[in-house]
Design a protein around this ligand. Structure first.
Ligand code: ADP
Length: 350
């Protein structure tokens, strides 16, 4: 409050100074003119008239100036007070708070920026709430499974055999995978993943990942095709993270491609970057779901993805990893039943 009072007094002081300087200057000028152009016996009368006229003008100017400046200060203060009040409400958790946008250009710009900031904070809060809801939802499924097995064992409904414990272990593994994914997601979103950049042939990493995924490919009766050219395709990135991304893309391709399907991996050299394309002949993604599949916990087909163990955050992690290495990742599909194509872009070395 002291600042606003000071501002008001400073404006009033400046206004009065302007009026006093104006009156003194006019008075001096008038004196010179009077003495040079009027008969000596009339000088006193004319001077009194001039002084009176100047005094009335000065008082009128002072009142007009003060009124205008006080009104102006009031308008500014009202807007600033409203912004200060709204900031306090937002700080207290009322993220739907907005200020009324005033008519004047400068104050409108301040109020609009404030409202934009409030909207961004509201969206962040909304995402946080959704995230907590999603995590709780994801934890509930494996926990309910473990609880069911334990109750069955206690009641004697389930046999106390290795098979029952193996089934329970399956649920625990699901739980662990989810917790691991969540930890990776929080670290990758916070930019806390340590990256070790080197220059390497991306085809070597693809070969390694294709070999790693081979048991799953055979189990699902699928085929993976990768036939690179002889010359190396050099990228500047973290080789382990690139492998992690490709493992996720190929894992998804295996998961969402029915028996007898085919997965093709290609690497291409462009002007400034390198593209690794993972294409499958699987279930495809509808245009309605396609824009959201990189969002946390998003599943195009929740029932199918959940039974196959997907948490819906693999692609979110993958995209953040690609961004962290200066690359990107995109998805395309001609529609349901028409397969999907994922393209990883990485910076070219050199
Ligand atoms: P999830 O662990 O559920 O697979 P992801 O984040 O890896 O989670 O994928 C998000 C969603 O994107 C999946 O649930 C699935 O609906 C869709 N998706 C990802 N890859 C493919 C693919 N190759 N074919 C069809 N749908 C896919």
């Amino acid at each position: 409050m002291r600042f606003w009072r000071q501002l008001r007094w400073q404006m009033i002081g400046a206004q009065m100074l302007v009026v006093v300087v104006g009156v003194v200057t006019l008075n001096l000028t008038a004196n010179i003119l009077i003495e040079q152009s009027i008969a000596p016996d009339q000088v006193a009368t004319v001077r009194t008239a001039v002084v009176q006229a100047l005094t009335v003008a000065a008082v009128a100017a002072t009142i007009a100036g003060l009124t205008t400046s006080i009104l102006l200060v009031q308008v500014i203060l009202r807007s600033l007070r409203s912004i200060a009040r709204s900031s306090r409400r937002i700080a207290a958790g009322r993220y739907d708070e907005r200020v009324t946008v005033p008519a004047s250009d400068e104050l409108r710009a301040v109020a609009e920026s404030f409202n934009q900031m409030a909207e961004a904070l509201e969206q962040i809060e909304q995402r946080r709430i959704t995230m907590i809801g999603n995590v709780a939802h994801e934890l509930r499924t494996p926990l309910a499974g473990i609880e069911g097995y334990l109750e069955g064992l206690i009641d004697g409904v389930l046999p106390n055999t290795a098979d029952t414990f193996l089934d329970m272990k399956q649920e625990v593994r699901r739980l662990r995978r989810l917790v691991d994914d969540l930890q990776t997601l929080s670290r990758v979103e916070a930019g806390q993943i340590a990256l070790h950049f080197t220059t390497f042939d991306v085809n070597d990493v693809i070969r390694r990942v294709v070999a790693q995924i081979q048991p799953q490919v055979l189990d699902s009766c699928l085929q993976v095709q990768f036939a690179p050219d002889q010359q190396p395709i050099l990228v500047h990135a973290d080789a382990d993270r690139v492998a992690q991304i490709l493992l996720n893309l190929l894992g998804n391709a295996v998961r969402y491609t029915p028996e007898g399907g085919c997965i093709t991996v290609r690497s291409e050299l462009n002007n400034d970057n390198v593209q690794v394309i993972v294409e499958d002949t699987g279930i495809g993604i509808s245009a309605e779901h396609l824009p959201f599949i990189f969002e946390r916990f998003y599943r195009a087909d929740p029932s199918r993805a959940r039974t196959s163990g997907g948490s819906g955050i693999g692609l979110t992690i993958t995209r953040h990893l690609a961004w962290a290495m200066g690359g990107d990742i995109s998805a395309a599909s001609a529609g349901i039943g028409k397969g999907s194509t994922f393209t990883l872009t990485l910076p070219r070395a050199g």
